[in-house]
Design a protein around this ligand. Sequence first.
Ligand code: PRP
Length: 204
Amino acid sequence: MTFSNVTVAVAKGRILEGTRALWVQRGLTWPVDAESRKLWFSPNALRPGMLIARARDIPTLVAMGIADLGVVGLDVLEEHPNSQILQVADLKFGACRIVLAGRERQWPAGPTRIATKYQRIAQAYFSLHHHPVELVPLSGSLELAPVIGLAPYIVDIVDTGNTLRQHQLVEIATVMESSARLIANPSHWRTKPSLEAVRQILTA
Ligand code: PRP
């Protein structure tokens, strides 16, 4: 099996680090140099090519066939649904949770303001609980919101919990669990057997 016709798009950050560990563990050579700013690595017979992109752009790159496969968190797939991709495996690494957090371990007493970069997921969650909320969209540094008086609660990713602790915030409820997913372009998945070979290597 040659990998010279396969390109994988990988989300920057934790997912990229987890992909590196899995990739190397499964005997594939890893092309990305941590010191370099290079974002594209061409494929060869021994390993797929790689594109490194922002998490929320990975489904678009795969849907458009620029990459055959993608590695991205379930949180991103739920927040930015894309019907033109297939989810082909739970890669199990990158486990984290999206939580509701605030200063006290207590569900908001009434209608409240919540800062989040997961507006769709948060809206669905509070609708399910029939709890009125005003969502304040932020794209990062969520833990600042309660500190600066922007919103008393946040809905955000928790991994180690360090960031919450450093801002005197506590988890109130788990909104969803996430981990890294392998996604595929549907027509490439049907026509390129090497994609299934990559899936098998990464999930063996
Ligand atoms: C995420 C999240 C928290 C942090 C949680 O941010 O938004 O800030 O990680 O991780 P921890 O529980 O291990 O402390 P990320 O680093 O992805 O960047 P962002 O703030 O730009 O979203």
